[in-house]
Design a protein around this ligand. Sequence first.
Ligand code: COA
Ligand code: AMP
Length: 632
Amino acid sequence: MKYQKIYKKSIEHPEVFWKEQSDQLEWFKKPSTILSKDKNDYDQWFEDGETNLSYLCIDKHIKDGFGEQVAIIYDSPVTNTIQKITFNELHSEVAKLAGGLKSLGLEKGDTIIIYMPMIPQAAYAMLACARIGVIHSVVFGGFAPHELAIRIDDCKPKAIITACSGIEIEKIIPYKPYVDEAIDLAVNKPNHVIVFDRHLKAEIPKKDYDIDYKSFVNQAKEVEAIHLESTHPSYVLYTSGTTGTPKGIIRDTGGYATALKFSMNYVYGVNPGEVFWAASDVGWVVGHSFIVYGPLLNRNTTILFEGKPIRTPDASTFWRVISEHRVSAMFTAPTAIRAIKKEDPLGLFIKRYDLSCLKYQFLAGERCDAATLQWTQDQLKIPVIDHWWQTESGWPMISNMVGVALEVVKPGSATLPVCGYDIQILTEDGEQAPSSTEGYVAIKLPLPPGTLTNLWGNPERFKKGYLERFPGYYFSGDGGYKDEDGYVFITGRVDDIINVAGHRLSTAEMEEIVSSHQSVAECAVFGVHCELKGQKPLGLVVLKAEVSQSDETIQKEIIKDVRREIGAVASFRDVLIVQRLPKTRSGKILRKLLRHIADDLKYNIPSTIDDPEIINEIASVYKTNQIGIHKN
Ligand code: COA
Ligand code: AMP
């Protein structure tokens, strides 16, 4: 009942509801207009309000007397470091870095790219930008220089903030050399590269545009947080779309702050002062919202974890961190749990730690299979909450809102729509799908505060990609259904986006790279089932006639090309050479059919297929190569 009441109010009276939520924040100027239209005729929140995310995350707490509370715990099993940073210390680091950026001439509305591993300086950089109204764009470290270059050319940063290197399991990732390579590739050249030297014994190439982070901050003067309009973009975060070019999601300031404060309390059920841990990366939306801005805004101690669920050093790491830092609520991807379960199926590591502090385990980033949910519940004996959201939304759209009331958990469902999200399942024609019938997951406009305001430099793509498919609705790109209790089950993407270990990737982009190989006549790349990562990309290629290279060489070269262009994160390791691809008579490759055959899912043979016999051919290739479901 409690959930129904608050949810109903948020949908029926959005302005009243979100005005009340915005009152939970400190504003330099309180908004008097709650919901209005922007110049593109799209909804915007708190138009005339003024605030600053850096102020809300740091200064406010110091003013309230919490300067000595730990704001960030940097826990890095890969460097054997645990560092606790108070709000006072965070203030000094951020205010000085912001001062340094100002001295370089960076001003409100300028852009900066942050390409950093999971170290505190990554969070300082984000908060320093927010402090002076500089729009940051954090790029995930698993992306290759080519991807970084695409983002440089799209958001045209005046500076890049990076570190010498990152550390992955048993290897050093050369961040600075990647930045140099990306700048070489990019048309737009940033003026400065601010480099944090971690002294990891890796050689750092020097360039004229380099600035040493530490001396730069030491010499800089602290600056105050400036007043920013609520609608001022706080950041641009690139995410995969259905074409080869990523799209820059724009997030505002005041709406985002309101939504994050609301999420921490009502979705995650944590109170100020508690410890919150999202085991993700600052390069993803989870890192923006629930490693940096959300917990700090809510005066939670946040954990910045530089490690993996396994092999850093083993599958006990998560439980060690929770127990040692007394984490109240934790967030990870189902993939991480599957990796732990594989190494420690009986949960022997879990039993070694006192996890009595942990109230909830949250999972998101990909579909959570019932077995993973069940195992986690059995092991931790606390509510395990699957919840659904996207880079675009910036915060949860479907969840068990434990801060309101814990609802029954139904495995396979992310539970009920979160306040502000009027989630509807629509048919192909935009009609309401009957209960328990799969359809397109769409959200009736207006979206609540904190969701994307547009795409950077591309309002047409924004309209076309999200708003035109179902007029009056935001289209999520996911399929799903609602059961008779209103629980929403997300069944997966209905487009060319795949989800590999909770990382969102575009198969269209991979296809562009594969098809550009000299020996490839045509190809199809799509996601197939992977026991560990949920999905993994598979490339099927048809070779040109009279190719001189061996099949093996071609396969290796294609894999290398994708890794070089997109990065290791693509996990592109499987290429099969086939004689032909299934197509419609008009020549369209039947990718969905290819995926369904691999995963042994039900499929209808389209009447338009040019030659049905090809299905047996493809199935036999999968079987021989142990692809998809045939692996298990
Ligand atoms: N910087 C540089 N390289 C990175 C990277 C980063 N931040 N993150 C991943 N990579 C690289 C990895 O080193 C790996 O390279 P390799 O092909 O040379 O081995 C490749 O990208 C694929 O990485 P990943 O998908 O992480 O696979 P893995 O086999 O190394 O680890 C898991 C498997 C399950 C442990 C890991 O995927 C994991 O922790 N998943 C959870 C992810 C998560 O939390 N997502 C949440 C997003 S909300
Ligand atoms: P990203 O933008 O990287 O966060 O990826 C968002 C996509 O991940 C969504 O559109 C879904 O396809 C998928 N996703 C995220 N969380 C869930 C979930 N809990 N259940 C099912 N799919 C999810």
